[in-house]
Write a protein that binds this ligand. Structure first.
Ligand code: GLU
Ligand code: MG
Length: 456
């Protein structure tokens, strides 16, 4: 995956792809509800797609997970056209769908100007905003998802646990071999793979990269998993909860802040944790904005059944050193490699989230923390879910929003995130969240799981 907007010789690229057997290109936009939408075109159309884009309706930012459109939003109706421009520098041949290449789309208006609704452009702007102050971000995603086969008896998970076990590995290994090989061919060098805690749940951790490349890699990983699953007659789910009664799927985001001389600002301060003052201000900014951030990282009505106490899913607005129950888990890294390894893991995020929005908002919140010279409270060492209400109040630890509406209200009230995301996109996201809340109001939990299972 290329960094973005890299100058490429289109003719050479087309020739190389054609020689490699590519006939078609699938481009992706992750919408505000978290669904990955596609437009496809033959390889021969690559030059025109790259120069004038592919058309799509302007109501794209208002799509809901159930394919209805949000109401109460700044746009409506059938008129207008957006242009989707494939980012050619990021184009990759899909190893599990060899006749196909994939590229992420940027959204522009017909006037060629960046669309105010383009989430990927928002992330690029935030990376630039950090860069203009002399900071670089590194990010990485861990994707958990559910794999099963359909049978007459219902869905058969790819493994039946135990969590993280050799048995679960042995059951999934014959199928997973092929996936790991595909990822390697695509240049996605996986950090780790393991069977996760829930039945049928797997996890792949992606490598650390610049924020745009990290988000693109997550989209590519999911595209690869989808095509791999089809090839093997498997069904995959990226829903926050795939099986009622089991723990959910997380998509934790790791981030670290670096200075212009290549120093890790999460590892160059005082003992014991060695977070620098700038690093502290950045993290404090993210901590402050968590309730609003959650509306981006937990986009679905189901997301809130996942971020519950005692599930390692980040239910509380707090940070801690290696605390898996804190929304922000600080990782110093094994001794000897702290400079390289220190980073923060944001746990209250799931695979339904749009990674461009989440990453953009993390950077915006962190930069605001630097500007406002925020300080961090002491790290929380215990499970906040085991503290009494009163102790939590005393330590200033709140539960994160418990519904999609509450999180949307937090976003609508966050001056920091609104300023970064822009009024248009913020209004669209808030409208999508409130419309989904309305669409699924009163639906029983098992039906909710059912209705979201294959959507993301
Ligand atoms: N499945 C958990 C979640 O929903 C995470 C488990 C882990 O820490 O890897 O986030
Ligand atoms: Mg995990």
């Amino acid at each position: 995956v290329g960094a973005s907007k890299v100058a490429v010789d289109l003719e050479d690229l087309q020739k190389d792809l054609s020689a490699a057997g590519v006939r078609n290109v699938v481009g992706t936009v992750v919408d505000n509800s978290g669904v990955t939408r596609v437009k496809c075109f033959p390889l021969g159309k690559l030059p025109s797609a790259a120069s004038s884009g592919i058309g799509i309706s302007e109501v794209m930012p208002l799509y809901l997970v159930n394919d209805h459109f949000a109401t109460g939003a700044p746009i409506s109706g059938p008129t207008g056209d957006l242009r989707l421009f494939p980012d050619i520098g990021c184009l990759v041949q899909l190893a599990s769908a060899p006749g196909w290449a994939w590229a992420p789309f940027d959204q522009h208006g017909q006037d060629r100007k960046e669309s105010p609704g383009c989430q990927r452009s928002l992330l690029r702007r935030m990376v630039d905003a950090a860069g203009s102050r002399g900071y670089t971000l590194k990010m990485a995603y861990e994707l958990e998802w559910f794999v099963c086969r359909a049978s007459e008896k219902g869905l058969l998970p790819i493994h039946c646990g135990p969590g993280y076990s050799a048995n679960a590995w042995a059951a999934s290994r014959p199928l997973v071999d092929d996936l790991l090989a595909a990822l390697e061919i695509e240049g996605l060098m996986v950090e780790q793979f393991h069977p996760e805690y829930a039945v049928g749940q797997l996890e792949v951790s992606l490598p650390v990269a610049d924020p745009l490349r990290a988000a693109d890699s997550l989209v590519l990983l999911k595209m690869t998993i989808r095509t791999w699953a089809e090839n093997h007659g498997l069904l995959v789910s990226f829903s926050p909860i795939s099986v009622a009664g089991q723990v959910g799927n997380g998509c934790h985001v790791h981030f670290s802040l670096w200075d212009s001389s290549g120093g890790n600002l999460f590892a160059s301060g005082d003992e014991p944790l060695r977070i620098s003052r700038v690093g502290e201000r950045f993290i404090a900014g993210v901590l402050t904005e968590l309730p609003a951030l959650v509306s981006l990282s937990c986009p679905s009505v189901l997301s809130y059944s996942r971020i519950q106490p005692h599930l390692w899913a980040g239910a509380f607005q707090c940070w801690g050193h290696e605390n898996r129950e804190a929304a922000l888990r600080f990782i110093t890294g094994t001794s000897g490699i702290e400079g390289r390894g220190a980073n923060m893991e944001f746990k209250s995020a799931d695979p339904a989230a749009n990674p461009y929005l989440v990453a953009g908002a993390i950077i915006a919140a962190g930069l605001a923390g630097i500007d406002r010279d925020l300080r961090l409270p002491p790290p929380v060492a215990e499970d906040p879910g085991n503290l009494s209400e009163e102790d939590r109040r005393r330590l200033n630890i709140s539960h994160l929003p418990e519904s999609v509406e509450d999180a949307a209200d937090a976003l609508a009230n966050s001056e920091t995130l609104k300023a970064a995301i822009g009024e248009f996109l913020t209004d669209c996201i808030v409208a999508v969240r409130r419309s989904e809340a309305k669409a699924f109001a009163g639906v029983e939990f098992r039906d909710l799981v059912e209705q979201h299972l294959w959507r993301y």
